[in-house]
Design a protein around this ligand. Structure first.
Ligand SMILES: CC(=O)N[C@H]1[C@@H](OP(=O)(O)OP(=O)(O)OC[C@H]2O[C@@H](n3ccc(=O)[nH]c3=O)[C@H](O)[C@@H]2O)O[C@H](CO)[C@@H](O)[C@@H]1O[C@H](C)C(=O)N[C@@H](C)C(=O)N[C@H](CCC(=O)O)C(=O)O
Ligand SMILES: Nc1ncnc2c1ncn2[C@@H]1O[C@H](COP(=O)(O)OP(=O)(O)OP(=O)(O)O)[C@@H](O)[C@H]1O
Ligand SMILES: N[C@H](CCC[C@H](N)C(=O)O)C(=O)O
Ligand SMILES: [Mg+2]
Length: 489
């Protein structure tokens, strides 16, 4: 594509030269620039990408998008906001792939990964080729690829959509994080269905206040518009039991469909019964009542299932197919994953890393056993400090025994993380075992028949970030080792 053809889509810009090179690739990292690249200078949180313009040119870049005038020998297009320009041009460069896909975006504090997986399974059962983008991986059909972020930057994202289109994908279901919405990673995406799971405290290190966090999530719904794509209406799928939905209904011109348990909604669950064997409820929709038996456990799972049902139903998937899939769903890696090695106590690995999710999973664990619940949990470093005392409080309030341990401390001093956690729970008994392996070993060694151990915070993660080191660590493997060690001692 020629540079001038690409930049014609930008409204306000200055260009330093009339040269019109051919653009073969678009990059935001100077190290990835090659002959024919267009390089975007992005003001980052760590460094200012403008300082890498010359390196990008040395590596072959033939034009630069910048927020500043630069004295370099290739055309420089100066724009007011290079991140915004990048999202818009990425969409154009890759041939507007989201216009050719049925695109479902899911936002909310908890439940995005789980709901995304359920929706993927439903569309696959309906014989569609699917794409999926989220915390665990990016998938094209059944092939998976590693990811750095839950919602990737605009270049990676549009390139992924392009590959999906080339590979015959029809429907893409993706997690849309509040960071991504705030940083404009999804500007340029044409969503058909936007789903809201819930809003509770997290990420205040980044968004500063709950109001700003709530607003960031509203951008998914306001971006839906009321446009019809190939006669296809757009939908906002909202949780009727979460107060933030009112704001999201107001921010969208799309049709709204609600789901819920407590408040009246279009897709509703009543008569919920939770047991170790799964969860039963009556699904109420379109004046019909259908009994459902999930293998997934917990009230929070019912919410995720309802969100997935609603998103699939408005996408014209037959309800019979949807129900079959949700009843067959066994779970998502690292989400309430039961570690079954024939032991007479239960070990669960879960990704709860917010106060609300920790409270939910602990309450669910309590519904499964009358025996003691042990919670092994830590809080991530270089992340929201305000959630730490609340997570510690949730653990203390709902578990009989609590072991605080390291999650991913990253570059933060573990002592400060533990001090933040302890500030929420003065006077309650707990133990601190910094080494996560030792904490898990201890919890397992002390388990009695019928007990439940919940190892929270890292779920599917196969690493631990300590300082700038990435160490191999998988709660599920360590738990298995601990169970076997106890069994053979
Ligand atoms: C705070 C944040 O979100 N940071 C994101 C941001 O990185 P950054 O701003 O630090 O980038 P930077 O290192 O300053 O670099 C600035 C620019 O210089 C360029 N550069 C840099 C070095 C060089 O040699 N040459 C060069 O050109 C970089 O490519 C970049 O364009 O842009 C990167 C590329 O898109 C992201 O990977 C990175 O996410 C980091 C890894 C991260 O941890 N983000 C978290 C907070 C996040 O986004 N999480 C949400 C999920 C949250 C949830 O719901 O649980 C997510 O969607 O992942
Ligand atoms: N609907 C829900 N409401 C509250 N908690 C939930 C819900 N669904 C899942 N959880 C809890 O939150 C944890 C994370 O779930 P999941 O990975 O699906 O959320 P997510 O929104 O993708 O999280 P992240 O923002 O880290 O990507 C689960 O392990 C479980 O403890
Ligand atoms: N997407 C979340 C994941 C947190 C997972 C937890 N294990 C941690 O490291 O805090 C974040 O980056 O804040
Ligand atoms: Mg996720």
């Amino acid at each position: 594509m020629m540079l001038q053809d690409l930049i014609q889509y930008l409204h306000r810009y200055q260009v330093s030269s009339a040269l019109n090179p051919e653009i073969d690739s678009i990059v935001m990292d100077s190290r990835l620039a090659k002959k024919g690249s267009l390089f975007f200078c992005i003001q980052g949180y760590t460094v200012d990408g403008h300082i890498y313009a010359e390196e990008a040119i040395r590596n072959g870049a033939v034009a630069i998008i910048s927020e500043k005038v630069l004295d370099v020998p290739v055309p420089v297009i100066v724009v007011p906001d290079s991140k915004r320009a990048m999202a818009i041009l990425a969409d154009i460069f890759y041939g507007q792939p989201t216009h050719k896909l049925h695109l479902i975006g899911i936002t909310g504090t908890n439940g995005k990964t789980t709901t995304t997986h359920i929706i993927e399974s439903i569309f696959q059962k309906h014989r569609q080729k699917t794409g999926m983008i989220g915390t665990i991986n990016m998938k094209i059909g059944d092939q998976s690829f590693p990811v750095k972020n839950t919602t990737p930057d605009a270049l990676t994202l549009q390139e992924s959509f392009h590959r999906m289109v080339e590979n015959g994908v029809q429907t893409v279901v993706m997690e849309v994080s509040s960071h991504a919405l705030h940083m404009g990673r999804v500007f340029g995406c044409d969503f058909d269905v936007a789903v809201f799971t819930n809003l509770t405290q997290d990420h205040l290190d980044y968004h500063k206040t709950m109001e700003e966090y709530k607003f960031a999530k509203s951008l998914l719904f306001s971006s839906l518009g009321n446009a019809y794509k190939l006669q296809k209406p757009k939908f906002a799928v909202l949780n009727a039991d979460d107060a933030a939905s009112e704001c999201y209904a107001l921010s969208t011109a799309a049709q709204v469909i609600t789901y819920g348990i407590n408040n009246n909604s279009d897709i509703m669950a009543t008569n919920i019964e939770i047991s170790g064997k799964g969860t039963k409820f009556d699904l109420v929709y379109d004046n019909r009542v259908v009994p459902i038996h999930l293998q997934l456990v917990g009230k929070f799972s019912v919410y995720n299932v309802l969100a997935a049902i609603a998103a699939s139903y408005v996408s014209n998937i037959p309800m019979e197919t949807i129900i079959k899939v949700v009843e067959e769903m066994k779970g998502v890696p690292g989400r309430f994953e039961v570690i079954e090695e024939g032991q007479d106590y239960t070990v669960i690995v879960d990704y709860a890393h917010t106060p609300d999710s920790l409270e939910n999973v602990l309450k669910t664990a309590k519904q499964l056993s009358r025996q003691n619940i042990t919670c092994v949990v830590g809080c991530g470093g270089d992340r929201d400090r305000a959630k730490r005392p609340l997570m510690a409080k949730a653990a203390i309030s709902h578990a009989h025994k609590v072991i605080f341990t390291l999650d991913n401390p990253r570059t933060e001093n573990p002592a400060r993380i533990f001090a933040d956690m302890e500030s929420g729970i003065k006077g309650h008994p707990y133990e601190i075992i910094e080494d996560r392996r030792q904490a898990i070993l201890k919890a397992v060694n002390e388990a009695s028949p019928g007990d439940v151990i919940l190892i929270a915070g890292k779920g599917h993660e196969t690493y631990q970030l300590i300082g700038d080191k990435v160490l191999e660590f998988d709660d599920r493997k360590v738990a298995r080792e601990a169970i076997h060690a106890k069994g053979s001692s």
